[in-house]
Write a protein that binds this ligand. Structure first.
Ligand code: KG4
Ligand code: ZN
Length: 358
């Protein structure tokens, strides 16, 4: 099956043509062509993604990228269906993808199916070439800018949500803490960069809900704890805005705040919570694999932490399945997989749904 996939849920405009063969249990994926166009430079100066700007950029970029997508590896006659992400995400942005899919569907007489962005992150590990034999049951940890979810998986297309965040997502907490440390958006990679130079045991930040006995999360308290740490050390957070980050960073230096230590200590707590709860779930469900996906899965420390905990808990036989770095971020290739694996089970109307659940 050849799928033309469209992704516009946030600030990446992405198109892909993907050939998927060999059935639902062990799909073989060949990416014929893919383009991911990031709008990050446009949103950066606002310290986060601005929905109206994202919409304007998607509308401008989609036809240009579609022309660029064309090459001699594929043509529209090969395409069996068009898939488009309908949620979750920013509704004005999602609509641009849906409208574009409708235009293409009409012009080339192709069937269109709506897909769930979160399924894309869940299956993104399948895009990497060196996938070993998949072993189930598995635990899936989805950690992105919008979500923090634990899932138990019986097969690639049978899964159940175990728990999720009750307030902020883990990615959001990275972005917010980055902001109060005077770092640019998106904050995750910036925090990871600083954390490498810092002492992760310098400050003891809380790990909310780590022992809650369920699989839910809470990240707003951790961000507040970082805020109070700075305030208690004499930093006036109100002074910060992306335009005056130089002055702000000078103020942090004068207050003798080590941004590296704060980043490292925050990161240890933030990642420790999801890693620890994943291990608990693996034990409870006798899982044979742990799959991670979403923007925060790009964090190398998270991967190392999970590997270390697997060893310490005598779970060395459990496979850790991670996407390639570039497929942790939003991309259209990953959602072609959800179109292939889940169309028979879940059908979504072609309408933007910002709060679509998994
Ligand atoms: O999956 P994604 O690209 O978009 C959503 O679906 O939300 O995730 C973006 C999130 C942002 O919050 C960003 O700060 C975070 O992923 N992120 C990271 C890293 N790279 C991206 N968080 C921690 N460490 C990273 N290296
Ligand atoms: Zn995403």
């Amino acid at each position: 099956m050849v799928i033309l996939s469209i992704e516009t849920s946030c600030d990446e405009t992405s198109l892909a043509v993907v050939r998927i063969t060999e059935g639902l249990n062990n799909p073989k994926v060949e990416i014929l062509r893919e383009i991911v166009f990031s709008q990050i430079n446009i949103h950066k100066e606002f310290g986060g993604v601005v929905p109206s700007l994202a919409k304007r950029e998607h509308i401008k970029n989609l036809p240009i990228l579609f022309e660029k997508l064309k090459d001699d590896k594929w043509n529209m006659d090969d395409v069996d269906l068009i898939s488009v992400v309908v949620g979750p995400g920013l509704e004005p942005a999602l609509w641009t993808g849906i409208n574009f899919a409708n235009e293409l569907g009409k012009k080339y007489s192709k069937k269109i199916i709506g897909v769930n962005h979160l399924h894309g992150h869940m299956y993104s590990f399948l895009l990497s070439a060196k996938k070993n034999n998949l072993k189930f049951p598995a635990i899936v940890l989805l950690v992105s800018g919008g979500h923090t979810i634990l899932i138990s998986m019986e097969s690639l297309f049978e899964y159940k949500k175990l728990g999720e965040t009750l307030d902020d997502s883990i990615g959001e907490s990275f972005d917010k803490v980055a902001r109060i440390l005077g770092l640019s958006y998106p904050g995750g990679p910036e925090i990871e960069r600083l954390a490498k130079k810092g002492n992760e045991n310098a400050i003891k930040f809380p790990m909310p809900m780590i022992n809650s006995g369920d699989y839910n999360f809470s990240y707003s308290g951790l961000k507040t704890a970082v805020l109070y740490y700075l305030k208690n050390n004499g930093v006036d957070i109100k002074n910060f805005s992306p335009e005056n980050s130089e002055d702000y960073i000078k103020m942090l230096d004068e207050a003798r705040i080590s941004r590296n230590d704060v980043a490292a200590s925050f990161q240890k707590s933030a990642l420790g919570i999801v890693a620890s709860k994943s291990i608990k779930a693996i034990k409870k469900f006798n899982s044979k694999s742990i799959i991670i996906g979403g923007g925060v899965a790009a964090n190398k420390k998270l991967r190392k932490m999970i590997e270390k905990l697997l060893k310490e808990n005598d779970l060395k036989k459990v496979d850790l399945l991670v996407p390639e770095m570039k497929y942790c971020m939003d991309n259209a290739s990953m959602s072609a997989l959800s179109a292939y694996l889940l169309t028979n089970k879940t059908q979504y109307p072609l309408e933007a749904n910002g709060l679509l659940d998994i």
